[in-house]
Design a protein around this ligand. Structure first.
Ligand code: CU1
Length: 141
């Protein structure tokens, strides 16, 4: 009985300590879209974000990533500079808070980060030509 109780306590402890504050799953597709355009989190939370590519097209033709930009970033000029960063999976060295790897159809990738200070942040896919359709807001409360 005592062992059962102890193992339950231990199990719950392990369970709690290995869980993120917030798990977010974002789908992306061959139609060049994210399935969400607005996400809300709380400042300081640990976020585990998974980007899923539900399509079939390869990364070179329909690659997707999820890039969270610093507050106040000019999205259009950022996306134009990202186009030149092919060797770095289209991630420029400035204005990026967090970015996933670039993935193709059938793949998924995850990142863990701490939600920044309260405010609104733009997120995009920085693959050339995608930011016009693949964009949204992360709202941090
Ligand atoms: Cu994309």
């Amino acid at each position: 009985m005592i062992i059962t109780i102890l193992s339950l306590i231990l199990f719950n402890f392990i369970n709690v300590t290995s869980t993120f504050d917030t798990d977010l799953v974002i789908e992306s597709s061959d139609q060049m879209r994210f399935n969400v355009t607005e996400l809300t989190v709380k400042s300081g939370e640990t976020i585990n974000l998974t980007l899923v590519h539900t399509g079939n097209l390869p990364k070179v033709a329909m690659g997707h990533n999820w890039v969270l930009l610093e507050k106040g970033t000019d999205v259009r000029s950022f996306a134009l500079s990202a186009m030149k960063e092919k060797d770095n999976e289209y991630i420029p060295s400035s204005n990026v808070l967090v970015a996933t790897s670039l993935i193709g159809g059938g793949e998924e990738t995850s990142i863990t980060f701490t939600a920044p200070s309260p405010g609104e942040y733009d997120f995009i896919c920085s693959f050339p030509g995608h930011y016009g359709l693949m964009k949204g807001k992360l709202i941090v409360e």
